[in-house]
Design a protein around this ligand. Structure first.
Ligand code: 5AD
Length: 450
């Protein structure tokens, strides 16, 4: 049977999609190649959120094609995911060595299409059509892989987005919002827990919009909070996370869920995008800076040590120095544990790409550097405050950089490295934090775990 190598760009949703495709192919008898140089099928699962991500994947495919086509002409090359969806056949016109272009509603078709290409029945396949019910097809998991995969799993609860933020390509690459049913998601979670998973992260573009048109509010609980309760009831599951919620529609029922559900980890990734009300409006975000700050205050009241991270875009069209100063000010006020900062990138067919007053590239760079400095400084103070404290981590596996160390996460979603042994894999354990690195904690189990 052939071997496959999948390289993933972008978000956790993409990681999950890649894993589901890999699991689908393994079920058919494929093996997973350790690197692209050994694989019979090479798939790049792409991201379109910024031009940089697209260019990286295109450049990678050019290199792969140049290398494999000479030495191993039979290797199958494919693009899948968001850029495959938005560019479709154009990708094959640009890169004629590509055999497969698979859109975001077609991951479950990967195996059949590869069969046809490998058997020589079809040469080049492009499928970026919509498919009803595709939201329920991302369900297979690779559980016999690394320890990390077997203790912590992603579960996709919905696809698509209806928010249409003016900068964002996602509604066009992922389609309309479609949610799975609660019983279907719970069944998948139960299977994972039965296979040894202890932590589940529920994934969606805007998780707090989950099934809001399909499942009515019950006892004041939105559909998403009803889902959280149902997942929380699974015996043997220890930790629940979700990403990402949207500040618009972030209800008090969700904040109350943090106070009520002990398995729900005290961690939140809540995308801010800008601290200026004028820019938030131009972005079509649907909230003000004050509303954002209020959500954070309420979350902290429910769980005082909640870890809060965010996404921020600098250099959105029309963003002035005064607007940017408001973003800095809000970051000083909120004190995020960490933030992902994005330089605004024009995306085709999005309203913001056609807005006046596009910000010069060097101003985007300057604002990026200034915000990074602020975020890093606050992050350092927050991380340093952990030194001497004892935290609970779920041990995921060997650290990527140094295989002699193990890595895990605190409930607040901070990475902790420590010198551990194989018997710690998959365990919840208490560590005393001894020092910090860049957005990393170092712990010592010897002090508290004999
Ligand atoms: N330019 C820069 N950043 C963007 N993001 C989404 N679209 C763009 C864009 N056009 C960022 C947002 C989002 C994160 C996943 O990517 O901050 O939350």
């Amino acid at each position: 049977m052939p071997s496959v190598y999948i390289k993933t760009y972008g978000c956790q949703m993409n990681e999950r999609d890649s894993e589901a495709v890999a699991a689908q192919l393994v079920t058919k008898g494929y093996t997973l190649a350790p690197s692209e140089t050994l694989a019979d099928v090479i798939l790049l699962n792409t991201c379109s959120v910024r031009d940089f991500a697209e260019q990286k994947a295109i450049g990678k495919m050019q290199n792969i094609a140049a290398e494999t086509r000479r030495a191993r002409p039979g290797v199958v090359l494919g693009f899948m995911g968001c850029m495959a969806q938005s560019r479709g056949r154009e990708l094959i016109d640009q890169l004629p060595d590509v055999d497969l272009v698979l859109g975001t509603q077609k991951f479950h078709r990967a195996g059949d299409y590869l069969d046809e290409i490998l058997a020589g029945r079809r040469k080049q396949i492009v499928d970026v059509a919509e498919e009803s019910g595709s939201e329920a097809t991302i369900r297979e998991h690779l559980l016999n892989g690394s320890a990390k995969k077997s203790v912590s799993a992603f579960v996709s609860i919905m696809q698509g987005c209806n928010q249409y933020c003016t900068f964002c390509i996602v509604p066009y690459t992922r389609g309309e919002e479609r949610s799975r049913t609660i019983p279907d998601i719970v069944a998948e979670c139960r299977q994972l827990v039965a296979a040894g998973v202890r932590e589940i992260t529920l994934l969606g573009q805007i998780v707090n919009s989950f099934a809001k048109r399909d499942i009515p509010v019950r006892d004041g609980l939105s559909a998403f909070v009803q889902l959280l309760e149902a997942v929380h009831a699974i015996d043997g599951l220890e930790r629940i996370r979700f990403t990402s919620p949207h500040p618009k529609g972030y209800g008090d029922d969700l904040i109350a869920a943090y106070a009520r559900l002990p398995k729900l980890c005290e961690s939140a990734h809540l995308p801010l995008q800008s601290g200026s009300d004028r820019i938030l409006k131009l972005m079509h975000r649907g909230y003000t800076r004050e509303r954002f700050a209020t959500i954070i205050q309420k979350l902290r009241a429910a769980r005082p040590n909640v870890g809060i991270t965010t996404d921020i875009i600098v250099g959105f069209p029309g963003e002035t120095d005064a607007d940017f100063a408001q973003t800095l000010e809000l970051c000083r006020e909120v004190r995020f544990d960490n933030a992902f900062i994005f330089k605004y990138s024009e995306r085709r067919d999005t309203p913001a790409a056609a807005m006046p007053d596009q910000v010069p590239q060097e101003v985007r760079e300057q604002r990026n550097a200034a915000l990074l400095e602020l975020i890093n400084g606050i992050g350092r103070e927050k991380y340093d405050a952990y030194v001497g404290q004892t935290v609970q981590i779920l041990v995921e596996g060997p650290s990527k950089k140094n295989a002699a160390r193990l890595t895990g996460r605190t409930r607040c979603n901070k990475i902790v490295l420590f010198e551990g042994a194989d018997r710690h894999l998959g365990q919840l354990m208490d560590l005393k934090i001894t020092r910090t690195g860049s957005f990393t904690l170092y712990g010592d189990p010897a002090i508290v775990n004999l």
